[in-house]
Design a protein around this ligand. Structure first.
Ligand code: ADP
Length: 660
């Protein structure tokens, strides 16, 4: 076995690999860019080597620099994680030439599977069912339309070198096929420096289901069941689970056997994933093979009880697979949600900054894979993933219930995050029933995500929680106010809970450890040990435990639960009566300004002073997290003063221009 390995990656996956290596008694070397000098993976590794400035192209993507780092530290093998150099055949070849082991597949498999056209040809040869299509690069848009017609609409135009959901277009007629060809080609050229585009049938309402395979250097290949990854936003996975709620045993086995056949056809060694799309009738079609560890591998680890990183390391060291196909047992259910630093209320714009508070949930059936810590920085240079939250249980229902509670308890402040959105997905009846497709998010959140997608807060529960919180604060004040014996502070029982415009009169009494909250419309029994100042509030309402997050806001509290944020104020009856007489503060009118929705670089201002614009017209372009974000006019308007210029670094909410 290796004595020392280097992890050519960062973030949660670097930490994940380090964890297993340490358990196996293997020394670890981290590499880092200047932006990551204080990152968690650097702290957790036994040694760390600086490899360059922040941009990936000057650090994590520099194969030769990583090989040097191996030589400097005496690392015998490299685990590439996912992304970066993980599917780079050139890098694997260079490692081999330097006498360093690549903890991943054989070079031929990476090369053969790195190209969608080539891998589909290989799949056809290995008798693996593929999406009907035309496996040659299209010459021009006329040919695209002609062949698309032959296949039958709808079709999908795809960049052969594509990845990460880029370079794909759906077309439903000749005109869309021509346009789709051109835009897929442009995107392919700029993203992958390879403009080959091909066309295949578009499978309607498909599910994305993938098979985990594992092969060793002795010709053994097995499959470890499937993962369903149909919950996607713009062809990128958001939530994954194992097993799939859709597959029956027969389909699972047929898919598994085809995946193994394909892996054997390329002499596959290491962990890999064969992706399929599955139609309504459980017909399945090969999409592509990922020749690396996937982001969503933990759900497979949980249902199989295996450590995939350990197996990858053992296979790379030449060991035989320790189990045969018939030894693979699947049990229970696991769900993974990707927690991103992005603002779901602002069209998922990336959010960067310091994690002022970071307190992940803990407990049975909860696994959090993360690469950050409280006080760490989410930088603009890399993928804005904060953590992967994985929950499990004996059934899908149990895993979902745990996921809801774990999302409620995940405490993150300082950057925006997508937890409200994930919580909203978890409450959708269609999700709970397992009626998934890759269109799920587009259909269930048709107008984009707004708070309105969240289930209405249960007002009577909110009132009860607010009242009990106030009562706990009052009890605490009474206990520390130094009362004379026999003259204990009196704790008021009558309160008014104010929620927006509504006022609810309640009586809160205490019987032992239980609070009774009675209003004119409801009655709840609430138990809690919460102490003022604690951001997490564990309560049992009428026997049902739940987790809320709480923070002071002005004279009230803000409560977060199930993705919903509510401001609650609890007043004495007299104060509540006077409240009605208070003037209402009007929020400032910001509609006259175009504000930067995120921190980033102003690439261009597309309008000039005095110009009239129509709704939808481009006003400015901001680059953040390597993505260009176009800001458009929300309505017809005339441009007034322009307050920023191309090249400026913008803060969030900074004024870019005014409207007249
Ligand atoms: P990438 O390599 O960019 O991830 P994939 O080929 O794996 O691209 O496809 C990503 C996603 O796009 C799939 O999970 C699926 O949702 C959708 N997709 C791809 N091909 C098709 C198709 N022929 N029909 C329907 N959906 C497709």
């Amino acid at each position: 076995m290796f004595k020392k390995i280097l992890i050519a990656n960062r973030g949660e996956i670097a930490c994940r690999v380090i964890r297993t290596a340490r358990r196996m008694g293997i020394q670890t070397v981290a590499v880092y860019s200047d932006a990551d000098a204080d990152a968690l993976h650097v702290r957790e590794a036994d040694e760390a080597v600086r490899i360059g400035p922040p941009p990936s192209s000057e650090s994590y993507l520099r194969g030769e620099r990583i090989i040097e780092a191996c030589k400097e530290t005496g690392a015998e093998a490299v685990h590439p994680g996912y992304g970066f150099l993980s599917e780079n055949a050139e890098f694997a070849r260079a490692l081999a030439a330097a006498g360093i082991v690549f903890i991943g597949p054989n070079v031929e498999a990476i090369a053969a599977m790195g190209d969608k056209i080539e891998s589909k040809k290989l799949a056809a040869k290995a008798d693996v069912s593929s999406v009907p299509g035309h496996l040659e690069p299209l010459r021009d848009s006329d040919e695209a339309a002609r062949i698309a017609r032959g296949i039958g609409y709808p079709v999908m135009l795809k960049a052969s070198a594509g990845g990460g959901g880029k370079g794909m277009r759906i077309a439903r007629n000749d005109q869309e096929a021509r346009e789709g060809f051109r835009s897929a080609q442009n995107e392919a050229r700029s993203s992958f420096a390879d403009d080959r585009v091909f066309v295949e049938k578009y499978i309607e309402e498909p599910r994305h289901i993938e098979i985990q395979v594992l092969g060793d250097a002795h010709g053994n290949v097995i499959y470890l069941g499937e993962r369903e990854c149909s919950i996607q936003r713009r062809h990128q996975k958001v939530i994954e689970e194992a097993p799939s709620p859709f597959l029956d045993e027969r389909t699972r086995q047929a898919m598994g056997e085809q995946a193994v056949r394909l892996a054997k056809a390329v002499g596959y060694r290491s962990a890999g994933t064969v992706e399929f799309i599955v139609d309504r009738d459980r017909n399945f079609y090969f999409l592509e093979m990922n020749t690396r560890l996937q982001v969503e591998h933990p759900v497979t680890e949980i249902v199989t009880g295996l450590d995939l990183v350990e197996l990858m390391i053992r296979i790379a060291a030449g060991e035989k697979l320790p189990l045969r196909q018939e030894d693979v047992q699947l049990s229970g259910w696991a769900i993974e949600a990707r927690i991103y630093a992005e603002d779901p209320f602002r069209n998922f714009l990336p959010s960067i900054g310091r994690l002022v508070r970071y307190f992940p949930p803990e407990g049975a059936g909860i696994r959090v894979d993360t690469g950050v810590y409280e006080g760490a920085e989410i930088s603009m240079f890399y993928d804005p993933m904060i953590a992967k939250l994985v929950t499990s249980g004996p059934t899908r229902e149990a895993a979902i219930r745990r996921m809801r509670d774990a999302l409620d308890a995940f405490h993150i402040r300082g950057v925006s995050h997508n937890i409200p959105f994930l919580a909203a997905v978890m409450t959708k009846p269609r999700f709970v029933e397992g009626r998934l497709s890759t269109n799920f998010i587009a259909e269930e959140f048709a107008g984009g995500f707004t708070g309105a997608d969240l289930p209405a807060a249960d007002v009577s529960q909110l009132v009860a929680v607010g009242a009990v919180v106030q009562r706990r604060v009052a009890e605490r004040e009474a206990s520390i106010s130094g009362q004379l014996p026999g003259r204990g502070a009196k704790i008021d029982e009558s309160w008014v809970v104010v929620l927006g415009e509504e006022q609810h009169e309640v009586r809160v009494t205490r019987e032992g450890g239980l609070y009774l909250v009675a209003s004119d419309v409801s009655r709840h029994e609430v138990a809690t040990e919460w102490q003022p100042g604690n951001p997490l509030l564990h309560v049992t309402i009428d026997g049902n435990p739940s987790v809320w997050q709480i923070e002071r806001e002005g004279t009230g509290f803000r409560l977060f639960h199930a993705g919903v944020s509510s401001l609650v104020r609890v007043l004495r009856p007299q104060a509540a009566r006077l409240l009605a007489l208070m003037p209402v503060k009007q929020p400032p009118d910001l509609s006259r300004f175009l504000l930067s929705p995120m921190p980033g670089l102003l690439v261009r201002v597309s309008v000039s002073e005095g110009q009239e614009v129509k709704a939808g017209e481009e006003l400015a372009v901001i680059e953040a997290m390597k993505m260009e974000n176009v800001l458009r006019a929300e309505r017809d308007a005339t441009i007034g003063a322009i307050k920023a210029k191309a090249g400026d670094s913008l803060a969030v909410d900074q004024v870019i221009l005014e409207f007249q």
